[in-house]
Design a protein around this ligand. Structure first.
Ligand code: ADP
Ligand code: ASP
Ligand code: MG
Length: 430
């Protein structure tokens, strides 16, 4: 009988240490009747640590090797806890670390983003080797798949754009024969490759997206992401009290909330799933028997208020220098630059002589964008702002959200309120 194909994604939190990896093994034991493609992220905070290695190498601070050694020892220690005695996984991991050590011996590459991807991708490669080896020791035979043999992107390092046709073709060629074996497949999230076989990454937190790419290309029956929360909640539990779990959610709600900062799912995840009507479950790896959240194409208008907060926002005010109206050709030029710098615009508004944009303030993109605009316009930037998005809002909630904050820009449409806010201390009378 043909098995049902499901794609599972385990993130860094679910693979943090040996105990958590054993927990993943226990979860998977309940799915032996299914065909699973298991996408794993780097363990715990390994990606953050690898980013520090890259930075240290780029700046030639002299401590890149020591920082890398820490990451290496962390993985060896974990293996010591998972495997008894010698195991081939040590050699496999060592080979991966040696490749990064070689990079550190050279001068830093002039293209930082290229260098970043070649080094940071090791986190997923190593974790997938360990998970794969571990599953085989607990009688869950699995095959290891290099995601770079399947997912092809353009040459934009650190935010590769998927080349869908080729990726689908490669999935057909590479993964379909592996599925015939009736064993689980373990692969990496976040990483992909260019047509010249250089490693690219899909953007931070991109492993959810990888799982959706595999789900799409393999026509999975469903996809599940395993998290440290019971499901999608009405707000980030790190920021809000009294949040409740949403049992069901439409693709539309999910894409709106994740685009505007609900960090529980990577925003790019929804489209491939929606396009093939593949349901997405968000479940807890701490309580795997819980129902989690079921995301599908259902239409339901009875949602409670939901809040998403996106930090690190910049409000860019672009004004004409000579008091001429902001006209179509100005806007067209501004948008051309937005596309060139791959900026994410979250809100915009125009007045007679100015155009205001709220955008994610990542790296130095906004500065470079502003610099280009300076020739023609006066540009003012306000930084360190928050974008608060409330779907299905209720007035009293909006008032609470504004406490201790100054609203710089606000927009209301039927079901959504968005506010760009700045934290201000609440004054109290002496
Ligand atoms: P992963 O281990 O897959 O990388 P993340 O830590 O990136 O997982 O994502 C899970 C976290 O997302 C939760 O611990 C929670 O703090 C946060 N989060 C933000 N918004 C929400 C929300 N609306 N519902 C649930 N969790 C949320
Ligand atoms: N490891 C990568 C990151 O931390 C990708 C992911 O976890 O989804 O960004
Ligand atoms: Mg994450």
């Amino acid at each position: 009988m043909k098995k049902i194909l499901k794609v599972f994604k385990f993130g860094g939190a679910s693979l943090r240490d040996a105990e958590r990896i054993r927990n993943v093994g226990n979860i998977l034991k309940d799915y032996v009747a299914d065909q699973l493609v298991i996408v794993v992220s780097a363990m715990g905070k390994v990606t953050d640590k690898m980013e520090k290695v890259v930075q240290a190498h780029a700046d030639q601070t002299g401590d890149a090797s020591a920082l890398l050694e820490e990451v290496k020892q962390q993985h060896y220690q974990l293996c010591g806890e998972l495997f008894e005695g010698p195991h081939e996984v040590y050699d496999l991991i060592n080979d991966l670390f040696v490749e990064v050590e070689w990079i550190l011996e050279e001068e830093p590459h002039e293209n930082y983003d290229y260098m970043y991807d070649q080094m940071v991708s090791i986190g997923e490669l190593v974790s997938s080797r360990i998970v794969h080896a571990y599953l085989n020791t607990i009688d869950l035979p699995s095959q290891w798949l290099d995601a770079r043999d399947v997912i092809l992107t353009d040459n934009i390092f650190r935010e590769g754009w998927v080349q869908w046709e080729e990726t689908e073709e490669r999935a057909e060629r590479t993964v379909k024969p592996m599925l015939e074996k009736n064993e689980f497949i373990v692969t990496q999230g976040f990483i992909a490759s260019t047509s010249e076989n250089f490693t690219t990454t899909l953007g931070r937190e991109g492993s959810d997206y990888t799982a959706a790419i595999f789900s799409f290309c393999l026509d999975a029956e469903s996809m599940t992401i395993w998290k440290d929360v019971p499901g999608v909640l009405t707000g980030d539990p790190r920021l809000f009290e009294n949040v409740t779990k949403l049992d069901r959610l439409s693709y539309k709600e999910a894409i709106e909330m994740t685009y505007y900062g609900a960090k529980v799912i990577h925003p790019k995840t929804i489209k491939p799933l929606q396009n093939k009507n593949i349901p997405l479950y968000v479940k807890s790896f701490i309580d795997p028997t819980g129902d989690g959240t079921y995301i599908s194409d259902e239409v339901d208008d009875t949602y409670p208020p939901m809040v998403a907060v996106e930090q690190d926002q910049a409000l860019v005010m672009i004004s004409t220098r000579d008091f001429s109206f902001v006209a179509e050709h100005h806007i067209s030029y501004i948008f051309q630059l937005i596309a060139e710098f791959r900026l994410q615009v979250n809100m915009m508004q125009n007045t007679a002589i100015s155009f205001v944009l709220c955008m994610n303030d990542i790296d130095d993109k906004v500065d470079r964008f502003a610099e280009k605009l300076q020739d023609q316009f006066k540009v003012l930037i306000d930084r360190e702002l928050e974008l608060i998005t409330v779907r299905h809002y209720q007035q009293p909630l909006l008032e609470t959200l504004k406490e201790g904050r100054m609203v710089l820009l606000e927009e209301r449409i039927r079901k959504t309120v968005q506010m760009v806010v700045k934290k201000v201390p609440i004054m109290k009378r002496k």
